[in-house]
Design a binder for this molecule. Structure first.
Ligand code: 0RA
Length: 642
């Protein structure tokens, strides 16, 4: 205990109580295994520190006491979060002899009670609270403005430097937390403004009426988010470049048996569903009971209404869940006292009572909307009926193809050059653009475990095609057949024929476009292939540099400049590779395909909201922004993180 030389011994008798030792032990555990508490110690983990502190202020806003939160990234990458809530209580707890503030900032999993009130530890992705941030910060300072006074406590690596002190008069109330992430813990302590700003924007959508600002003192950039419409604004934002069937989202906000349910729904004329769910402002990427309740209610309400309004005939089949979800954009946000986050990544809401509560709120709300808006209701129901008919056509088309043995891999497409290995775990497939590159790849590959599927020209933009048209497209059928695992709800990864699916396109704008179309297809129709980390992008070199007898391959302009500096004395020749077809089979093998020497990028869907935005931006019909984005994207593909 020698390093614990804090002058404030909690019982004020110069001794450490058992409880303090647990606390210190706890904080040591956090520093020893930070990954267990915040996921990782890279930039993502660093951002979590900021989120955890912001969540505390959000909690205060959800309790109804805070209207403004200001986040500042200082020059030295310390982060300051100011709120105008009630201020963290500072009084000394009668039995522990420690201030409430100190308990909150130094106790792991603090669920401490103050005067009958529970200070709820807010649930971040890891739900760890301020003490973890404190333990992982080289310093932290908390200023509390309460009862006309300013109180301050400072910490070093989670350990208080002194007791809470009154330092002056306050003209306002609230809390300010400032901290500097510990360089001994994190691989980087530099924040990415755009990443923080996006999350803060999302929090503003999820807390209507709350103003959140973020200021970057390193660059002078500042952004303020405030959405009077809350998640209704969120849905309008997601649909902003789509054609909607009704101009204002269906917006529902009701409390049912202690669950606050908020949902916004707006249909567009597209074919995919975009639904994001949240519990206490935490994105539940794997859904859960709130999503189940929402879906059940939406399907039931649309069926109920369309029969009553005689929009479907008596002996017609009911609309299915799939029928009512085509072209649906929605947000489901619930707030409740004890959220249970389940699953490996804690991305699924488990509270059983939430299902019924959401179902009640959404059913009543949707019925009320449909009854009050007959024109919009008719447009929505008609869209669902069209989806039902298209689905039936697609089912027939699929049955036909399956009967011909096409989608299950039993009859492989003619242009597939398969590998001899039959174990998927040891096999990979290169999806290659164009026949000429396909030819080089076929000659260059190791046929023992590498298969080649050449695709001709542009593949279909699945974002703009109804399901039956998609399967009629030959290149898509060849792709689905070669992979063998089928698509959508029928997709079974156990049938995937290659565990590495590698997109290999030219390093030019056309190549980037084809890659985007393929990524969109995988994102919309084989998303588990991405989630289970089977999808990759090959990295062909951009240049070959010849210097005397030596030659080098470089994969970016930056790498080229760096290499040229080291070769400045020599006579060099630089050759630019535009297309895969320009390389000899041997060159393609050694630079791009040989597992021992290549670099491939794994495609990851990190954040569903961001991924949807990215794909949408890429695929939107307005050509100019798409072109600009694809080019920017093509250059930054090494850091691909969709
Ligand atoms: C529990 C009780 C009270 C305030 C807070 C929590 C509180 C915590 C944080 C964390 C960041 N900002 C915060 N603002 C408030 C006060 C209860 C009372 O005054 O009656």
């Amino acid at each position: 205990m020698t390093q614990v030389n804090s002058p404030n011994t909690p019982n004020h008798q110069g001794e450490y109580s058992a409880a303090d030792i647990t606390v210190l032990g706890g904080l040591e555990a956090v520093r020893l295994r930070p990954g267990m508490y915040i996921g990782s110690t890279d930039q993502r983990g660093l951002h979590h520190l900021a989120y955890e502190i912001i969540y505390n202020s959000i909690d205060e806003s959800m309790a109804g006491f805070c209207r403004h939160i200001q986040v500042t990234i200082h020059q030295d990458n310390s982060v300051e979060v100011v709120d105008d809530g009630r201020g963290i209580p500072v009084e000394i707890h009668p039995t522990t002899g420690v201030s409430a503030l100190q308990t909150v900032m130094t106790t792991l999993h603090a669920g401490a009670k103050f005067g009958g009130q529970t200070y709820k530890v807010s649930g971040g992705l890891h739900g760890v609270g301020a003490s973890v941030v404190n333990a992982l910060s080289s310093w932290m300072r908390v200023d509390v403005r309460r009862d006309g006074k300013v109180y301050r406590q400072e910490y070093s690596r989670g350990i208080p430097k002194a007791d809470v002190k009154e330092i002056g008069e306050a003209g306002s109330i609230g809390t300010t937390v400032t901290f500097l992430a510990d360089k001994d813990i994190f691989s980087t302590t530099i924040y990415d403004f755009d990443v923080l700003a996006e999350r803060i924007r999302e929090m503003a959508y999820l807390n209507k009426g709350l103003e959140l600002s973020i200021k970057d003192e390193r660059t002078g950039v500042e952004k303020t988010f405030y959405f009077e419409g809350g998640i209704a604004s969120f849905v309008r934002h997601l649909n902003r470049t789509r054609t909607t069937l009704h101009s204002l989202p269906i917006y529902i906000s009701r409390s049912v048996n202690g669950t606050y349910v908020e949902t916004a729904v707006q249909y567009n004329d597209g074919f995919s569903e975009t639904t994001f769910t949240f519990a206490n402002c935490i994105n539940t990427a794997d859904g859960g009971t709130h999503l189940t309740g929402f879906r059940t209610a939406l399907t039931r309400a649309l069926n109920d209404y369309s029969r009553r309004a005689k929009l479907v005939k008596e002996d017609d089949a009911n609309l299915t869940g799939d029928d009512v979800r085509e072209g649906l954009t929605s947000i489901v946000s619930v707030k409740l006292a004890n959220p249970q986050f389940e699953g490996q990544t804690k991305g699924k809401l488990g509270n059983a009572e939430v299902k019924g509560n959401v179902e009640t709120a959404v059913f009543d709300g949707v019925i009320q909307y449909l009854d009050e808006h007959p024109n919009e209701a008719r447009a929505i129901v008609e869209k669902c009926l069209t989806s039902a008919r298209a689905r039936e056509a697609a089912r027939k088309a699929r049955d036909l193809v399956i009967r011909k043995g096409a989608l299950d891999g039993s009859t492989l497409p003619g242009k597939l050059a398969d590998c001899s290995e039959k174990d998927p775990a040891g096999s990979e497939i290169f999806i290659v653009e164009g026949d000429s590159a396909g030819g080089s790849a076929k000659q260059g590959r190791d046929r023992a475990f590498q298969a080649i599927l050449p695709l001709r020209g542009k593949i279909l933009n699945v974002e703009k095609a109804p399901p039956d048209k998609m399967l009629a497209h030959e290149e898509i059928r060849a792709l689905v057949t070669a992979l063998g695992c089928n698509i959508d709800q029928q997709c079974e990864l156990s049938k995937l024929r290659y565990h590495r699916v590698i997109i290999m396109t030219d390093a030019d704008v056309d190549g980037a476009h084809i890659r985007t179309l393929l990524l969109t297809f995988f994102f919309r129709h084989m998303s588990n292939l991405i989630n289970e980390h089977h999808l990759f992008i090959a990295q062909p070199p951009l240049y070959r540099i010849q210097a005397g007898k030596e030659h080098f391959w470089v994969y970016s302009d930056k790498e080229k400049e760096e290499k040229l500096k080291t070769l400045s004395e020599k006579k060099v020749e630089i050759q630019r590779y535009k297309g895969l077809g320009e390389m000899s089979p041997e060159q393609l093998w050694s630079t791009t395909m040989n597992p021992a020497t290549r670099t491939i990028l794994r495609v990851d869907v990190e954040d569903a909201v961001k991924a949807d935005e990215t794909f949408h931006k890429l695929m939107s019909e307005e050509v100019p922004p798409r072109k600009a984005f694809i080019q920017a994207y093509a250059k930054s593909v090494r850091n691909l993180d969709i």
